[in-house]
Ligand binder design. Structure first.
Ligand SMILES: *Cc1c(COP(=O)(O)O)cnc(C)c1O
Length: 338
């Protein structure tokens, strides 16, 4: 079976860089949704705990339950509560859903400052506070999400200004409605690195912690190091004659006599088919033909092949982003620390 290695030193290096920005480890909320970006939910939770990270962000109630013992604070982004827990907070994404949260639930209000995806409209802050109060919910934080923090444009700035005005109004409303110590957060990874004077209550950091954040040159943080590598094992090998074709559709044609190895990593494991014809491993080994469900062929006779050690580089071949390369990796692939 193909297997994944997780580099603890690189992860801690990335957390050092992030903590330097947030100015405190306590302000790091590690985003663990989608199996910790394919790294392994429990594996990354235990490393994060060892480092001293106390906060986590997940998508579902199930994920929150699984990591409850590792963190002091967990924010669920995408579901309305199934389980009650001192540690878990739930996101209000829609003003019409507030009455569906059980009374006494700790909630955080997401405000739409320009992305127009989830969150309440900025103009409805007071209505939302009223509904939250009526539903008997405990409002702990107001937050937002940037649509273009990873692009070198003015977008980040106007959205930030929008959130500043939301904060101002929310602080005033919190007094009126009796929600004490309201907290604020807006930064994902790229957003955190847009500013050197971070002053919010926490940053929701995913891709930077996993070391696969790629920003335009002027913004990029070169010192972040990828945590995840994936290796595949040889299933078989064969000698090809010039003119022989390989794989479904015979897409690849050998130009000279050569040896082709078949390796146990296919699209069923998360190897994106868009890598076909042209993908090269970090050691320069060429993928030949299409990616199959459970395997793929390379111009190699090695027993074991490093497929990638930086999802951001693999993403270039696949014409996608590191996030998709990573979250495609199936949970049943073995994950080892190194
Ligand atoms: C996924 C997600 C993040 C993390 O984004 P990165 O770019 O990986 O740091 C932060 N906030 C929200 C709301 C998210 O959905």
């Amino acid at each position: 079976m193909a297997y994944i290695t997780l580099n603890k030193n690189n992860f801690f290096n990335n957390l050092d860089i992030i903590a330097n920005r947030t100015k405190s480890v306590d302000k790091i909320a590690l985003v663990l949704k989608d199996n910790a970006y394919g790294h392994g939910l429990l594996e990354m939770s235990s490393l994060a705990k060892e480092y001293g990270v106390k906060k986590a962000v997940v998508r579902t109630c199930q994920e929150a339950k699984e990591v409850e013992d590792f963190f002091e604070y967990i924010l669920v982004l995408g579901e309305i509560p199934e389980i009650k827990s001192e540690k878990i907070r739930y996101t209000i994404n829609d003003i019409n859903n507030i009455s569906r949260f059980p009374s006494g639930t700790k909630v955080e209000l997401k405000v739409d400052t320009g992305m127009h995806r989830n969150g309440i409209d900025m103009s409805q802050l007071k209505v939302a506070f009223t509904k939250i109060k009526e539903a008997g919910l405990i409002l702990e934080a107001v937050f937002t999400h940037h649509r273009s923090a990873d692009e070198l444009t003015s977008e980040w700035f106007w959205q930030n200004d929008n959130f500043k005005s939301v904060k101002k109004e929310a602080i005033y409303l919190a007094q009126e409605f009796g929600f004490e110590n309201l907290r604020f957060h807006s930064a994902n990874s790229p957003s955190l690195f847009r500013t050197s004077d971070f002053d919010e209550d926490m940053a929701r950091v995913g891709i930077a912690a996993y070391g696969c954040m790629k920003l335009p040159n002027a913004l990029n943080i070169d010192a972040l190091k990828p945590v995840l590598s994936i290796y595949a094992n040889k299933v078989s090998s064969r000698e090809l004659k010039a003119g022989d074709r390989v794989g479904y559709g015979g897409d690849y044609e050998a130009t000279t006599d050569c040896i082709a190895g078949n390796y146990d990593f296919g699209y069923g494991d998360g190897f994106l088919r868009s890598c076909a014809n042209g993908y090269k491993t970090p050691n320069g080994v060429e993928l030949i033909g299409r990616v199959s469900m459970d395997n793929s062929s390379f111009l190699s006779d090695e027993e074991e092949l490093l497929i990638f050690d930086d999802a951001a580089n693999a993403a270039v071949y696949a014409k996608t982003i590191s996030y998709e390369v990573l979250t495609s990796l199936k949970p049943d692939i073995r994950r080892d620390f190194c």
